[in-house]
Design a protein around this ligand. Structure first.
Ligand code: ADP
Ligand code: MG
Length: 321
């Protein structure tokens, strides 16, 4: 199977590659042509997943198709942008029809769930790696950036923490658990649900936002720095799933929720006066701390003692913790 046949059979033919709102021209020409509604800005983000670094190799290609797109779309959610298109740069060591078919099926399922059309890409031979570029649109000045958190704001997350990182030992086959525990954790790892609708609901309400990909404390550090504020996280307010606590025990579950990556849950600051309306709309919002004057991130226990750990998250190329 040649490059063009591969593109045609598995990607150009996929239901998610048949265009959509904002797609003036999709796969097949030298460029795709995209249109953004008048008065809105184009939000663009790229994510690369490398076999053996970001996911185990080999792994289930259907699940990889879902996950590779979900992690990229999560950045649009974090910006309050409405996703509408994406490209896929695929590097493959060998071409097998079964692998491509399953990968494209997973990709397509997530694309349809997120409302994004596949509009182009690149296909090359080499060690397995996937690069997604996602496109969304957001009304001018309404994008949710990491800067803007103010002392007095509440620090919130949009869902349970630590499930995906907790699942890692299951993903790598290092540990096993009964299905009632393993299944919900593995689902968080392999098919994270980008919080697109929550991101849209936070437009004009949250003062700062991002998605948690490196670990809660590390990502809090990004908001603190960009906003020029201090963030205080209260250990006992972290939302933990029953499955995670049953799998790891409470202390390790808390540890994983603080420093494990891959959650793809939104982390945001919101003035207290705006919280009740958001909660009344039924969004899964958990207050986990507060924004203070100052700098840096601290973790406190139930009586307010500083228990901030040293190592905060994963960084490529970092040589010392
Ligand atoms: P060029 O050489 O002009 O960059 P290519 O031959 O790489 O174009 O690709 C032909 C068309 O197929 C382009 O529209 C490109 O965006 C699309 N394409 C290539 N690889 C993929 C892929 N993995 N998924 C979706 N579209 C792809
Ligand atoms: Mg090319």
């Amino acid at each position: 199977m040649g490059e063009f046949e591969l593109i045609r059979n598995y990607f150009a033919a996929a239901p998610c590659a048949q265009g959509g709102e904002g797609v003036a021209l999709g796969i097949g020409d030298d460029c795709a042509l995209l249109a953004v509604p008048p008065g809105e800005q184009l939000a663009v983000s790229t994510d690369t997943l490398v076999a053996g670094v970001h996911f185990p190799d080999p792994c289930d290609p259907f699940l990889l198709g879902q996950r590779s797109l979900a992690v990229a779309v999560s950045d649009l959610a974090a910006m309050g942008a409405k996703p509408f298109a994406f490209t896929l740069a695929l590097t493959l060591p060998t071409v097998t029809a079964d692998w491509l078919q399953a990968y494209a099926r997973g990709l397509n399922q997530m694309a349809q769930a997120c409302g994004v059309a596949l509009v182009g890409g690149d296909t090359t031979r080499g060690p397995l790696s996937l690069t997604m570029t996602v496109f969304g649109h957001v009304p001018g000045s309404q994008a949710l950036t990491r800067g803007g958190a103010q002392p007095g704001d509440l620090l919130c997350v949009g869902g349970e923490l630590g499930n995906a990182a907790g699942a890692l030992a299951l993903v790598l086959g290092q540990r096993h658990a009964e299905p009632a525990i393993a299944e919900p954790l593995l689902a968080h790892y392999w098919s994270p649900r980008p919080q697109v609708a929550l991101g849209l609901a936070l437009r004009g309400k949250a003062s700062a936002a991002m998605d948690i990909s490196d670990g809660l404390l590390a990502d809090c550090g990004h908001i603190a720095l960009a906003s020029g504020v201090a963030l205080q996280v209260e250990r006992d307010r972290l939302p933990l799933s029953n499955a995670l606590v049953a799998f790891l025990g409470g202390a390790d579950a808390t540890q994983v929720a603080l420093s494990g990556g891959d959650d793809y849950v939104l982390l945001f600051a919101v003035p207290p006066s705006r919280l009740p309306a958001l909660q009344a709309e039924g969004w899964p919002i958990h207050v986990i701390g507060s924004v203070l004057a100052g700098q840096g991130v601290t973790l406190v226990d139930d009586v307010g003692h500083d228990i901030t750990p040293q190592i905060r998250g994963y960084q490529h190329f970092r040589e010392t913790p």
